[in-house]
Design a protein around this ligand. Structure first.
Ligand code: NAI
Length: 280
């Protein structure tokens, strides 16, 4: 993969919905073939049909990214069935949300968010990075973190903590690969609020958040949220331009830079916003 190119084989996790599905289609439009991974088999097939309709090759695998062994098996499957020495781009996107105050976040929710949102990224990198480094040539890992991984909001301590970890993992790995002289780069993507299915699962909201407030939250996401295809286009552009940090979607860049200039002002805005959606 040379600068400006996005051809070859791209694997996207969480590809059945939202940002993952849009990213798969954006890479297909840019000339890439796709391996789509998710736990939702039916929606995965639909996404695959959309990629095939764009004239690209596409394969699907139902894999839970939190399962290290299943991810290692997936890497073996890619080698033997797709018959490529290594992926050109790996997009670790699969993720779940969790909204609720720290005291209302049970340990099971912490474990779920940690397993999917952090260990999913770790498992993806562990499974595919050795081949990507070994095969040589320019390749890239894209980790979808969040604006919450750079600027934390109240009532998402588990999600924000884990997304901060994804940002830290990306920074450290990126430096390590440079130190080794490897041609594999790392892009960390931090989207602001995006209107997808992520907030629509009741299991991703603390039980203490009542139905009325839950409806207010989903309405807020629907009204304020950016479009997944805008994130997808930013990811493809970020890969083409070898960007290490991609800030995209509502509030992402302004809040990131504001927080760097004035932590107090950024906090005031986060608190105002939390009060607007009914968190007191
Ligand atoms: P989504 O809910 O629309 O899509 C997530 C996909 O991941 C679904 O197809 C789901 O089945 C899949 N998935 C969930 N757990 C999985 C697992 N264990 N193994 C394999 N697949 C799994 O959500 P969205 O919004 O597209 O989220 C994608 C990524 O973007 C996540 O990492 C999320 O944290 C991140 N993000 C989302 C934002 C938003 O406001 N929607 C903002 C910032 C980051």
């Amino acid at each position: 993969m040379r600068r400006g190119e996005c051809a070859g084989w791209v694997l996207v996790t969480g590809a059945a919905s939202g940002i993952g599905r849009a990213t798969a289609l954006a890479f297909a439009r840019a000339g890439a073939n796709l391996v789509l991974v998710d736990i939702d088999d039916r929606a995965l097939q639909k996404a695959c049909d959309e990629v095939l309709a764009l004239g690209r090759d596409c394969a699907t695998r139902v894999v839970n990214v939190a399962d290290a062994k299943a991810m290692a098996d997936l890497a073996r499957w890619v080698r033997s069935e797709i018959r490529i020495p290594a992926l050109d781009v790996l997009v670790n996107n699969a993720g779940i949300g969790y909204l609720g105050s720290f005291m209302d976040t049970p340990v099971e929710a912490w474990e779920r968010v940690l397993q999917v949102n952090l260990m999913g990224v770790v498992n993806g990198c562990r499974a595919f990075l050795p081949d990507m480094v070994g095969a040589g040539g320019e390749r890239r890992i894209v980790n979808v973190a969040s604006l919450a991984g750079l600027v934390a909001a109240p009532n998402m301590s588990a999600y924000a903590a884990v997304k901060h970890a994804v940002v830290g993992l990306g920074e450290s790995l990126c430096l390590e690969l440079k130190l080794k002289g490897a041609q594999v780069g790392v892009t960390t993507v931090c989207p602001g609020i995006i209107n997808t299915q992520i907030t629509k699962a009741r299991a991703s909201v603390a039980a203490s958040i009542g139905d009325a407030q839950y409806e207010r939250l989903t309405a807020y996401y629907a009204k304020q949220g950016g479009r997944p295809d805008v994130v997808a286009d930013a990811i493809v552009r970020g890969v083409r331009q070898r960007r290490e940090l991609v800030l995209v979607g509502p509030f992402a860049a302004p809040l990131y830079y504001l927080r760097r200039c004035s932590r107090r002002l950024a906090q005031r805005l986060m608190l105002q916003d939390a009060r607007r959606v009914g968190f007191v």
